[in-house]
Design a binder for this molecule. Structure first.
Ligand code: NI
Length: 192
């Protein structure tokens, strides 16, 4: 997810909170709409994918921080493994979370509306309404089962990134009119 228009970490922040090996992780190109892989459903990660996940996750963090963004899904860098990375914390207190095979196991009835953007739909923003709170089950990079209860920006970000793994984009929540306007603006900006 691309951060709102006002806030934003500088490119120099992309290594915050990362270990030494992660500092040197190669950046990956972020694929831009309408790249077909953004519409594909990613597949669950199995133990056989461990090596690829170990390579992929540090590069996804580096790529996300560099963008800068607050969330990134594997589809956006051309991988169809079910992994997302997020960090919605202020840059003084980096809180990187990598979620393997994330699954929303509970959603609040209450909804919340936030302005969302997406690194694959750069510089286009729209208000999206989603459940205000979610509970997400996932495996961490050590393979340990975890659960996270999220609200506010983290809840929106987790839902946005898990949507990516299912080929769903934030523009899908907009009216056809709004979506077409936004995607036309994107196409125009990409031509420049
Ligand atoms: Ni996105």
């Amino acid at each position: 997810m691309q951060e709102g228009r006002v806030a934003g970490a500088g490119p120099a922040d992309y290594m915050r909170g990362m270990s030494e090996t992660e500092h040197s992780a190669p950046l990956l190109p972020i694929l831009i709409y309408p790249e077909p892989v953004l519409r594909k459903v990613a597949r669950p990660i199995t133990p056989a994918d461990a090596d690829e996940v170990r390579r992929l996750v540090p590069s996804m963090f580096a790529t996300m921080y560099r963008a800068p963004g607050i969330g990134l899904a594997a589809n956006q860098v051309g991988s169809l493994l079910r992994v997302i990375v997020v960090d919605v914390a202020p840059k003084e207190q980096p809180t990187p979370i990598a979620l393997i095979n994330p699954e929303i196991i509970a959603r609040s009835d209450e909804t919340a509306t936030q302005e969302e953007g997406c690194l694959s739909i750069p510089d286009q923003y729209a208000e999206v309404t989603r459940p205000a709170r979610v509970k997400v089950r996932y495996h961490d990079v050590a393979g340990i089962k975890q659960e996270i209860e999220a609200e506010g920006l983290l809840a929106a970000c987790l839902q946005h990134e898990i949507d990516h793994l299912n080929g769903v984009l934030f523009v899908d929540y907009l009216s056809a009119l709004k979506r077409n306007m936004l995607l036309r603006k994107l196409a125009k900006a990409q031509k420049r």
